[in-house]
Design a protein around this ligand. Structure first.
Ligand code: KG4
Ligand code: ZN
Length: 336
């Protein structure tokens, strides 16, 4: 069964063909960082227009790379939400048009479901597991008991961790997206030079909050002086900030695993590409006999292969017919 995945929830136009829910035949992604970089974040109107420019060639490339004919596609899986309304609409309407022309069914997929199950793009792991999905738009902890079976354990009450990386980078005059730039800078910095606050909220809470940390970095940047009166470099500030984020993410993930008595964890989403997070999570969770795995960076960030694979499993559980395509609507705040 050939599933064509289409993803346009934020600033990546992506399409992928996955065979039988496991063989990735193509995974095409057209990013827009150069468009949004000068604004320090994604500009929704520009993102929607860029999707319109790219969607046709991205889908076409995905089909050509997969070495199949468009008519061989059995199912179209498209991100229905959550995301930017204008961006979602481009992918969704393209999928509907294609479905109409090909007389093939379309299934709407929740973007978060794609991230939570992206690990299956590289290996089949056993359920249940705790997933930390951490990106520019979300910071969530879920218990995953199977495809379509997700229990929310905690989420951010304000900024997402990736958003915090992006905003701190902007305050430091660094380009968008901030995460990779801060990670690179942090490699040559002293992460113990200044203790930025770690917000753990009430005892036992699995929710996150990053707005206090962001404000703390903003205030610190006015003097750059630590308690010993030393002026910190950009690299030191990046390292101290990154450590504060990573400490909280790993501590909450560990608490979630303990609460749910889970012995497996997955870290996914754009921020999961961060090597400090990977290393700290591996060390900490291993100490508690919990296995942790990460999708490859290309599967951590937004991609359509994760949408295709989620669509495949959804369709197996509950097939949809062609009529379903025309009832689908983009839902910017779609809940899982
Ligand atoms: O999953 P994603 O591609 O798109 C969203 O759904 O948001 O994640 C993008 C986010 C951005 O905020 C970016 O700064 C962050 O992931 N990010 C990173 C790294 N690479 C990307 N954050 C920290 N370290 C990284 N290496
Ligand atoms: Zn995402």
């Amino acid at each position: 069964m050939y599933v064509l995945g289409i993803e346009t929830s934020c600033d990546e136009t992506a399409a992928s063909v996955v065979k039988d829910g496991e063989h990735i035949l193509s995974n095409v992604i057209a990013g827009q960082s150069e468009i949004h970089s000068r604004y320090g974040g994604v500009v929704p109107e520009l993102a929607g227009r860029a999707h319109i420019d790219h969607i046709h060639s991205v889908v076409y490339s995905a089909v050509v790379e997969a070495n199949i004919k468009l008519s061989e596609v059995d199912l179209i899986a498209v991100t229905q939400g959550p995301g930017l309304a204008g961006s979602l609409l481009v992918g969704l309407n393209f999928a509907k048009g294609l479905a109409y022309a090909l007389k093939k069914p379309v299934i709407g997929i929740n973007h978060l479901e794609g991230h939570l199950t992206a690990i299956f793009l590289q290996e089949a792991i056993a359920f249940p597991y705790i997933a930390l999905s951490v990106s520019g738009g979300h910071t969530d902890l879920y218990r995953v008991d199977g495809f379509g079976h997700y229990k929310l354990l905690g989420q951010t009450r304000d900024d997402a961790a990736g958003e915090c990386f992006d905003k701190v980078a902007k305050m430091m005059g660094l380009p968008y997206p901030g995460g990779p730039v801060i990670e690179k800078l942090a490699r040559s910095g002293d992460s113990t030079a200044h203790p930025f606050p770690r917000s753990f909220l009430q005892k036992g809470s699995l929710d996150f909050s990053f707005s206090g940390l962001k404000t703390s970095v903003k205030n610190f940047l006015q003097t750059r002086q630590n308690e010993k009166g030393l002026k910190l470099s950009d690299a030191d500030i990046a390292a101290c900030f990154q450590t504060a984020v990573v400490d909280v993410l790993v501590a909450k993930l560990l608490s979630a695993c303990k609460q749910e008595r889970a012995c497996r964890a997955v870290i996914t989403g754009g921020v999961a590409a961060n090597s400090a997070l990977r290393q700290h999570a591996e060390n900490e969770l291993k100490r508690h006999s919990i296995d942790v795995c990460f999708p490859k960076p290309v599967f951590c960030t937004d991609n359509a292969a994760m949408i295709a694979i989620a669509g495949y499993h959804r369709y197996k559980e509950e097939p949809v017919d062609l009529k379903n395509a025309f009832e689908l609507d983009a839902l910017a705040s779609l809940a899982l």
